[in-house]
Every structure is written in C-alpha cells, then in structure tokens.
Design a protein around this ligand. Structure first.
Ligand code: ARG
Length: 475
C-alpha cells in the first residue's frame, strides 16, 4: 500500500504491540484503540472457542488425509490446537483485541506454539466459512440444550397434572369464567405449546446441521478439500451446496431466535396465568416461597417475581429476533462485516430463554393448587351455562334458540344471586317447558366435566388418556 498522509487517529494507531494481523502484508497502518474495539468481537465470540478448535482439528485432519498437510504437520497442528484449548480453558490465553476475534486469537496462539507450520491450518479456509461453522456447531448444541430444558418443564407440568389433574377448575376466555375443566387439562395446554417449541427447534436444527466448511471466503478454493469428510468428522449429515449462501446467510440464526422468541412468548403466557392465579382475588394457586420475593416496605407481600421476570424475558427474546432480522435485511451478498454482530443477538436470545427455562421446572414442581378455595368458588360465573344449552339441544331445541333460553335463565339466576343448579326447577321451566328433573345431572361444574365427549375436551376421561400419552412420550 502506498503510504498516504496519516489521519490524526491513524497517527496514534499502531502503537499497541498486539500480535500481528494476518493481513499485515496488505495494510500498513494499524487501527487505533477505538477502531480496534469496534472491529473486535472477542467479548462475545470467545464463547465459541471449543467449536473453533474442534472445527480446526477436523479441517487439519482432512487436509492431512488429502495430502495437503503431512502427517507430521497435522500432528503438530493438532497438538498445538489442544494446547491452545487447554490454555483457554485455564483462562491463561492472552487475547489482545487487536486480533479481533477468537479465530485469529487461536491461530496466532497456535503459530506461537508450533511455529510456521501453524500457518498451514488456514489452508483452504476463510474466517467466513469458519464462523459459519462455529455458529452452526454452537446453535446445534443450543438447540439440544433447549429441547432438554423443554422436556424437563413438560415433565414438571405432567407430574403436577397427575397430582392435581382431576380438580374441577374454571377455564377462562377473555379472562372471564367460561366453562369448567379438570385442572390437568389446563396444565397440559402448556405441555402442548412446549411440544411445538421443541419440535420447532428440532426442525430448525435440520437447517443448522449442515457443514459450510470448504466455502472459503465466498467462492470456495482451488485446493482439494474433502468436504464430506470434514462434515463427517464434525457430525454433520450434509454439506452446504452454495458457497455464497453458506458464508453470507444467517437465517439459521434468525430461525433459532424465532424459536426462542416463541418459547419466550409461551412462557410469558404461562407466567401471566400463574401470576393471576396466585393473587388473593383468584386464589387458585399457591407458589412456593422459594420462587417469590417480598417487599422492602410491605411486610405481608409475597410477589411472584420469578414469574414476572420470566414474563419479562420474552421481551428480550423478541428483541433479539428483531435485531437479527434487521441486521441481515438488505445486506449485499455474501459476507459483510455487519454479520459479526449476529452473535450478540443469537447468544442473547438463547441466554434469555435459557435463564427462564432453568427456573421454570422448579416453579411448576413446587406449586400447589388451592383445592378448598377452588371448590368454594367453582359455582360462581355460570360455568355450566353452555352445558345447559347442550342439554336443551338433546331435547331437540336448535342450539341458537337454546342459547337464548339459557341466556335468560342466567340473567334470572344472577338477579337472585343463585347458581344454575340452585335455581328451582319451576323457575327453569318458566323459561323453558322442556327442562325436566334430569337437568340436575347436567348442572354443576362437576357434572359438566363428566360429560365432555370429544377427544381433546376438558374432562377427566380425556385427561387420563392424555396423561398416559405424555408420560410415554416424555419418558
Ligand atoms: N469475526 C468475524 C465474524 O464474526 C469473522 C469473519 C470475519 N470475516 C471477514 N471477512 N472480516 O463475522
């Protein structure tokens, strides 16, 4: 590069004695401290070091098998990489930010240890396919961890449903009392949502689990790489087909963020339900003290802070998804340095939901239903009104008409402060002659949950079948 007049900041640059960069042949000036800080991603990508080492060992082994490296060179490089790994593990590796990222830190540490032969590691490779590889390896583990956490949480819900499942419980729509269910049915609704979250992650994993190594910077390489072999060594069932796409796209991370955001949203709905259920007003649920906090001023307080934080964490997960999509929107193909910040979004998305998932199973496992209070309140809110309309349907009355009749009956009962079961038969018959003594078997929430007919409804029969299904599935 022709020497040009140095700018003010460039003048102060180049002072730090951080290790030489790989492109010192091309660029003569070094970044000043602020620029080095902007360029660096070590504060986040150090977390990828294990994957980076594993990828490098596999790459070097393949190069050796293809006779690009001699056996002795490969042995030296591998030994050096393992020594670098040990130093990182022990927190003893110097990581000057001038080296920008974990890839350069590891490579320069390798060269320091094994000498010039270390410079052969990067043969046929670019940081562009290297980072895509590291991220895919990381994302694969992240998915597997999240799926395990989801299974634990599902098991906690299933366990609780086994314990309290048959309590007759109010189901809400619009947060207004709607129809009676058995409590286990409500718990298994969360298990269903979580199952889709797990399946979504497993599906995203298919697109994560593809090996990009060999794509180089953008167009591949003229060197004889055996891509299938590197993929095999790293446990990838497939290799990417297009080097531009493989180095330039991050949709596998967007998908992962979306999975986290959706999981976060599901957790927030559960958390919100249980915050409400544990209020004095609802009194449906008691949370264990270990998951609550009190107030610095009000001595009586028992606040569901862990659930509130879990509810809040979903905001972070959603924000990371939006960040990830925004980062990649309209980026020219293929790799652009903007992509370096992908890690900030993806790591944060996974961290945020992982924090919530680490605590959620304990909250569920230790929660207790307020059986007495639930029973005392279960006749409030006319939960059996729909069942009464269906009783009339049984008597041959068109549903729309039955709906109107029961509406009038409810209004009458409400005026008198009675439940439908408490209304004298004569009064029921005043509104509809077809109502008979057999109506008693249809009224009252406990009777209603016994009658639910179709699969998937909120009754005890269905719950027993579904519990058996989940116990088998989550084993
Ligand atoms: N630290 C970079 C990142 O995370 C690695 C790839 C750098 N590639 C480049 N052409 N500058 O994206």
């Amino acid at each position: 590069m022709k020497k040009t007049k140095k700018s003010a900041s460039a003048k102060s640059a180049g002072k730090s004695k951080g290790s030489k960069k790989s492109w010192h042949g091309r660029l003569t000036a070094e970044a000043d401290a602020q620029t080095a800080k902007l360029l660096a991603s070590l504060d986040v990508d150090t977390a990828l070091w294990r994957y980076d080492i594993a990828g490098s060992v596999a790459h070097a082994r393949m190069l050796c098998e293809e006779d690009v490296l001699t056996k002795a060179e490969f042995a030296k490089i591998k030994k050096g990489l393992l020594a670098v790994a040990a130093a990182i593990e022990a927190g003893k590796l110097d990581m000057p930010i001038e080296l920008e990222d974990i890839h350069m830190v590891i490579e320069s540490a390798l060269i320091r240890r094994v000498g010039a032969v270390g410079g052969k590691l990067h043969t046929g490779r670019s940081r562009n396919d290297q980072i895509s590889l590291d991220l895919r390896l990381w994302a694969r583990d992240a998915v597997d961890n999240l799926i395990d956490r989801i299974t634990e949480l599902q098991q906690a819900f299933v366990q609780l449903a086994g314990q309290y499942g048959t309590i007759v419980f109010p189901a809400y729509t619009h947060l207004q009392r709607a129809q009676p269910i058995v409590a286990g049915h409500g718990l298994l609704a969360y298990v269903e949502m979580l199952q889709r979250d797990a399946e979504r992650l497993a599906d995203a994993r298919k697109r994560i689990n593809i090996c990009p190594l060999g794509s180089g910077a953008v167009a591949g390489t003229s060197l004889p790489l055996n891509r299938a072999r590197t993929a095999e060594l790293l446990g990838f069932p497939e290799i990417t087909r297009n080097s531009i796409d493989a180095t330039g796209d991050r949709d596998f991370l967007s998908e992962l963020c979306f999975c986290c955001a959706t999981l976060g949203v599901h957790l927030s709905r559960w958390a919100e339900d249980w915050i409400i259920y544990s209020t004095t007003e609802f009194s449906l649920l008691k949370l264990h003290d270990a998951y609550c906090t009190s107030s610095s001023m009000m001595p009586q307080k028992k606040n569901a802070d862990t659930l509130e934080l879990i509810r809040g964490k979903s905001a972070g997960a959603i924000a990371q998804l939006v960040g990830m999509l925004t980062l990649t929107k309209a980026l020219p193909m293929a790799y652009d340095r903007d992509l370096q910040d992908d890690k900030r979004f993806a790591f944060a998305a996974v961290d945020t939901v992982s924090q919530a998932m680490a605590v959620a199973p304990g909250i569920v496992a230790t929660a207790r239903f307020n059986e007495a209070q639930i029973a005392a309140d279960i006749d409030k809110g006319f939960l059996d009104a729909t069942a009464l309309a269906e009783y009339l349907v049984d008597k041959g009355i068109p549903f729309r008409k039955a709906h109107g009749i029961v509406g009038r009956i409810v209004a009458r009962a409400e005026k008198q402060g009675l439940s439908l079961a408490e209304l004298p038969l004569a009064q029921l018959q005043k509104t509809c002659k077809q109502i008979d003594t057999d109506v008693a078997r249809h009224l009252g929430p406990a009777n209603v949950v016994k009658r639910y007919a179709p699969e998937g409804a909120g009754g005890a029969k269905q719950l027993a079948r579904q519990l058996a299904f989940w116990k088998r599935k989550l084993k």
